[in-house]
Design a protein around this ligand. Sequence first.
Ligand code: QAP
Ligand code: CO
Length: 168
Amino acid sequence: MAVLDILEFPDPRLRTRAEPVAAVTDATRALVDDLFETMYAAPGIGLAATQVNVHQRVLVIDVSQDRSEPLVFINPEVTVLNPELGEYDEGCLSVPGFYETVQRPRRISVTALDRNGDAFSRELDGLLAVCLQHEIDHLDGKLFVDYISPVKRQRIRKKLQKEQRRQA
Ligand code: QAP
Ligand code: CO
């Protein structure tokens, strides 16, 4: 297992559309383990493979207080159950230090493969529904800052680029 480097906005690799996983193998499970280790180390509540520069449709989430409810979603597909939108102040390990309010459907259902390659479905609401939609956006090359005003997005881009130059 390994803690992997996380790409940061505005890195163009975050705009890559991830490919479906053709078969869940030991290599997929090794990626899942690295995603959890990286997410827990951060610490974060969700991480998509895109954020560690692996462009496969794999993401992990744990929104529990005591970090005891690891969830794996491979090739996730979402259906909106109710068009009603909710608001949440979202952050992102790829946009460190910034939080903005984003609106998304409140109630969704998801179908995905688990770490054994078995299909499952569940209905989600609350933070889990927000987080899953945020992470699937990563697999499609999308970031939460795409939902905010261009002025705010540009301000965040400039601050992070300055920070990244300092670290380089
Ligand atoms: C996505 O984000 C999410 O800025 C997961 O300095 C977040 O785990 C979905 C983090 C909120 C819904 C609501 C962010 C850690 C972690 C930071 C995260 C930071 C350190 C973000
Ligand atoms: Co994110």
